[in-house]
Design a protein around this ligand. Structure first.
Ligand code: NAP
Length: 313
């Protein structure tokens, strides 16, 4: 493709949302390009087991990612494994600038860049990242075989990953700042029934300490009475939610106070022809299935947008 040619649609991000958008866009015969800087499947690759993808009772995140990518490839979805540096919206077309300087154009763009794990912001967290501090049990759990780990958080991710870690490690402490979990009931019941998991309620982690071999302990503070104590641990897994990867969202695009992009029911932003889907978008439920649904909606809406644009141009 030369610089002057314009794609109908560029999708930035190849997670479940982006890949679904790609499948629908190819089925709608849009001249499409998907750009992904890492591995297809996004956060799915950091997920152990998926049990809520309809029609498939149980599948590993990595296997589901592979299936989705293969499905999109069967429709001939062109993909580019590069990093996008900037997205500049325009009246006639949007410009996507790659980190290597290449410039691409598209009538419509779907942003599907997802989110990244939030950090605790405590002393030791950055210093010992990779030496006992982790944000991915599937990636790093193996290093803690028969050891003790602390998990921070009370949502679906914290409980799901704690259950995964309980299969590998000797002991999992779940440190949660309140006296009730945010996670769904099934996960709560499973975590509470798991003998290797101990829940530490009403407690925040204030520091991570380490020796020569890496993380050796954490400092905890009880939120009820303010008491402090040390807890020996070999690892700390942080699952306290996700921050949107909104670095490419152009200035002037409406976002909420937490940085999630605000869209209408078609997943379109306030910038015409610019769509946001999946975990990047402000919405009630963030699931693989809702990311995929967003991908479908945005691709269909983009197809209409492109058709109108071509007819009016
Ligand atoms: P989440 O639902 O936002 O939960 C974050 C948890 O971390 C909450 O319990 C929160 O406590 C706690 N937290 C937040 N900031 C904290 C801080 N600074 N210090 C200590 N604790 C902190 O995030 P998530 O679990 O990553 O899930 C993200 C989305 O993906 C959710 O919509 C979730 O349902 C979905 N998800 C679904 C599945 C599944 O269906 N199997 C699996 C994974 C994720 P509070 O409760 O006190 O706010």
């Amino acid at each position: 493709m030369t610089e002057t040619q314009t794609h109908d649609l560029i999708i930035i991000g190849g997670g479940p949302g982006g890949l679904t958008a790609g499948i629908y866009a190819m089925r709608a015969a849009l001249h499409t390009l998907l750009i992904e800087q890492g591995v297809a499947g996004g956060q799915l690759n950091n997920t152990d087991i998926v049990e809520n993808w309809p029609g498939t009772e149980k599948i590993t995140g990595a296997a589901l990612a592979e299936q989705m990518a293969a499905h999109a490839a069967r429709y001939g979805l062109p993909t580019l494994n590069k990093k996008v540096a900037e997205l500049e919206p325009g009246l006639n077309y949007h410009t996507v600038r790659l980190e290597d300087g290449e410039e691409l154009r598209a009538l419509a763009v779907i942003l599907a860049t997802g989110g990244s794990p939030k950090k605790l912001g405590v002393p030791g967290e950055n210093e010992y990242y990779g030496r006992g501090v982790s944000y991915c049990a599937v990636c790093d759990g193996f290093f803690f075989r028969d050891k003790t780990v602390v998990v921070v958080g009370g949502g679906d991710s914290a409980l799901e990953e704690s259950l995964y870690l309980a299969k590998i490690t000797k002991k999992v402490y779940i440190v949660h700042r309140r006296d009730a979990f945010r996670a769904g009931m099934i996960l709560q019941k499973r975590a509470q029934a798991e003998p290797r998991i101990e829940i530490v309620w009403n407690t925040v982690l204030t520091a991570i300490t380490a020796g020569i071999e890496g993380v050796s302990g954490v400092r905890l503070r009880n939120t009820q009475d303010g008491s402090e104590r040390e807890l020996a641990t070999d690892g700390v897994f942080v699952f306290i939610g996700f921050a949107p990867n909104n670095g490419l969202v152009p200035a002037g695009t409406k976002m909420n106070a937490d940085g999630f992009v605000v869209t209408d029911h078609k997943c379109e932003t306030n910038v015409p022809g610019l769509f946001a889907i999946g975990d990047l978008r402000e919405k009630y439920v963030k699931q693989i299935v809702t990311a995929a649904a967003d991908g479908c909606i945005a691709a269909q809406a983009a197809a209409h947008y492109v058709e109108n644009k071509k007819n009016s141009g």
